[in-house]
Design a protein around this ligand. Sequence first.
Ligand code: SF4
Length: 65
Amino acid sequence: MENLRVNVDQNECIGCGICAEMCPGVFALDPQGISDANTSVVSPALTSAVRQAAQECPTAAIKLY
Ligand code: SF4
């Protein structure tokens, strides 16, 4: 099974912080208050948390592929 990959579209992120709260192992707000993923390949242990964060993101800025 291929690993999930994640990217945050920083033009769509409004910096609400939900993703960083739900999955701090992957998401963190940068100094501008915009979310960034610290990895593109999600480890299997974090896959469901990342999928959930993507669903909760109010602007659908979290892209999974
Ligand atoms: S949940 Fe979405 S809008 Fe909120 S900080 Fe994360 S990427 Fe940005």
